[in-house]
Design a protein around this ligand. Structure first.
Ligand code: COA
Length: 259
């Protein structure tokens, strides 16, 4: 499958999605969001793919936000529909994938760009990365989950300050806040993320998928995370991966898991 706004490459179990609109600093227009949905779905359904990386083309930007030129003329209903559709197609979709998704934040991650990185399961930044939710400077608020996920990741007070000031934080500050897990030089960013992916791939994809779902359950209203954990824990005992993992341990060999 070919895309107009992104590249999808799979190598040794890692699918890398590269958003490719360099002249617009990889801003997310409607077509890019639809293509990202398809690319994530393809990668998730591919039995060869054990980890998904998402990054931006070039050395300047991960994603500089939602494409402002597309929504500048929207009315109230169109604004609400933009947020609802985007959340459904991309941001909630990514967060709830069973295949682990790592954001390799290679530069500006602003507005929808930071929201996309935050919807991923965790983030690694390059030293030049700059992150922020500048929406209030445009007279709107974050609409792709930013008001919810930023406080979950950095705490309410820091999220309030970042959103109210519309300012950017650098990679070091993002690391200090816990918004990103690691900061590395830009030319080693993908290699570093692939190294983490290799460690993830040694483990049971079924168990990892369940762990993602249960961790997310704890952040959902009206869902009891502990009860979800008990149910998913029990379900693991009925899987081939559990048989393989425990048998391999007792036989003192490495487990072989397939997706
Ligand atoms: N939507 C649409 N186009 C965008 C964009 C966005 N979010 N972010 C950048 N672009 C476009 C610019 O309009 C420009 O296009 P042009 O060359 O056709 O005029 C191109 O990308 C390069 O951006 P430019 O602003 O010239 O680069 P810069 O180095 O001077 O500044 C930023 C970089 C990231 C600080 C600046 O582009 C910016 O503030 N972007 C908007 C960030 C934002 O508010 N995002 C939240 C949206 S909800």
């Amino acid at each position: 499958m070919t895309f107009n706004n992104l590249l999808l490459e799979t190598h040794e179990g890692v699918a890398t999605i590269t958003i490719n609109r360099p002249t617009k600093l990889n801003a997310l227009n409607k077509e890019t969001i639809a293509e990202l949905h398809s690319a994530f779905k393809l990668a998730d359904e591919n039995t060869e793919t054990r980890v998904i990386l998402i990054t931006g083309t070039g050395e300047k930007a991960f994603v500089a936000g939602a494409d402002i030129s597309e929504f500048a003329h929207f009315n109230v209903d169109q604004g609400a529909a933009l947020a609802a559709k985007g959340q459904e197609l991309l941001f909630d979709f990514v967060e709830n994938l069973q295949t682990p998704v790592i954001a390799a934040v290679n530069g500006f991650a602003l507005g929808g760009g930071l929201e996309l990185a935050m919807a991923c399961h965790f983030r690694v930044a390059s030293t030049n990365a700059k992150m922020g939710l500048p929406e209030v400077s445009l007279g709107v608020i974050p609409g792709y989950g930013g008001t919810q996920r930023l406080p979950q990741l950095v705490g309410k007070g820091r999220a309030m300050e970042m959103i109210m000031t519309a300012g950017m934080i650098n990679a070091e500050q993002a690391l200090h806040y816990g918004l990103v897990n690691h900061v590395v030089e830009q030319d080693t960013l993908l290699e570093f993320c692939e190294g983490i992916a290799q460690k993830i791939m040694k483990n049971s994809p079924v168990a990892i998928g369940k762990a993602i779902a249960v961790i997310n359950a704890g952040y959902k209203a009206n869902v009891n995370g502990y009860a979800s954990e008990i149910e998913a824990f029990g379900a693991c005992f009925g899987t081939d991966d559990f048989k393989e993992g425990t048998t391999a341990f007792l036989e003192k060999r490495k487990a072989q898991f397939n997706k």
